[in-house]
Design a protein around this ligand. Sequence first.
Ligand code: NAD
Length: 516
Amino acid sequence: MGGRLDLGADGAAVIRCFDPRDLSDTGTVAVTPVADVPAVIARARAAQLLWQDQGLKRRKWAIADLHQAFLAAGEELVGLLAEEVGRPSGEAWTGEIVANHDLFGWWLSQIDDLLTAFPLDLNPVNYPRKRGRVQLDPVGVVGLVTPWNLPVAIPLRCLVPALLAGNAVVWKASEHTPRVSARLFEIIRATLPEGVVELVQGGGDQGAAVVGGAVDAVFFTGSVRTGRRIAAACAERFVPCSLELGGKDAAVVLHDAELERTVEGIVWAANGLAGQNCAAVERCYVDARIHDAFVDKVVARVEKLRPILDVGPLCNPAQLDIVKDHVADAVARGATVRTGGEAPGPGLFHQPTVLTGVTDDMKVMAEETFGPVLPIAPFDDLQDALRRVDGTPYGLTTSIWTRDLELGETLGTQLHCGVVTVNNHAFTGALPMGTWGGPKETGHGVTNSRFALYHLTRPRTVLVDALAMPHEMWWFPYNDALDRVGKGLIELQRKGGSKLPGARAALSGFINRWKD
Ligand code: NAD
């Protein structure tokens, strides 16, 4: 596995790291003592005030520098991703480096517009000589807790907009990817002012200390189980949290689908990241008319996938055990392994596996597998298939595969999920301008897009009053005259009165005389 909590020779907690491809030792990383976490958060808080005061222009310069430093370290990060999570290099380059290049570029080009305050459109008759705006302020210190499956991309999807918006971030990285996280942090620390980003290394205890500490918002990506705990901890402190949790994505293949593309796309989406993708295709419903031909082609394509070069290992033994358990459960209940199955050690590999004869009550169809396993089920009735798609507690993404693009769009948007793709799957998580997240147990967060700023900023209304008169209409005293003014105002405004020349002056004069 990528990392394991243990004690070092001096008795201090460490994470023991090794390469999941062959279990070779790759060193240790020090764990942040839980007792140190409050001081880490305090450092971030002190740095945040200065960072916010720098203003957006200077923050953009700093993040542009970070962008360049990140790109310059691309090769090194790809190497670490191979050692720590067994990621094939092509996958690391596209998913973790190229996609993040786009992420930096998009936020840097959009942030001025996205953070521009918008004016209050005040009715000048009711609210004379006042102006106002809604501005987006940073929330302060964001607690960021991340998983191991995309250990560069997932943190950056929060860090880049959070920092541009003027926040500091205390980042608790996954205990399974401490080396790649440490390297990313070094790059950040070399570019940004001290304390603006702080790294906490360790497991659940460290995560809980960050979430339960004096942070102003929490941004979490990980399992439903942990997400539930984090939501409860945040509720205790009334701290807002964004939760990007699990998935059990389905692909629905209609009878008119472009078969070659559909097979290639679904085989990639089921086996990319060795299936350890929250948006991996974990269920495939295929029109019965093309089911057999589709399965044959999928099996033939899967059998051409190359270990290490195309499909890496699972990240940790516990994850490998879940995958084996789901396949065993399916087989015990009557499913057929069309290709794949367990792989010989010493690495944490599982062969890309295709199952048929599956039913929706099997673990492999109902629970998150997070491994290179593709169960395929035929359907006769399309509406019934869509009901089955919606039948799990998750709602991250769904794809519809058809030549009828309009139908695909119509069917997709009937589903209860956060992302719908027609003739593609999963890659939209890498689009910084699109939303990422979903309903039900997938959580209630939004990563990427302008909507991510809802979690990373706090709207503030600012109103400035230049009215020199001693009274406002709604101030004391309350009397019959005020009732008449209220009624008169409504009469006037129903006739378009706020636009009548002189209406404002006449009303102000009246109010002043009456209040005097
Ligand atoms: P996990 O929930 O086990 O761990 C995630 C992080 O939470 C780790 O850093 C861990 O140390 C920390 N943590 C554990 N207990 C904690 C606690 N009590 N308080 C605070 N932090 C705690 O998840 P994982 O196994 O690392 O990641 C896999 C899961 O992540 C899958 O379920 C996958 O679907 C999900 N995921 C979701 C998305 C998405 O965008 N929806 C993306 C990637 C991964």
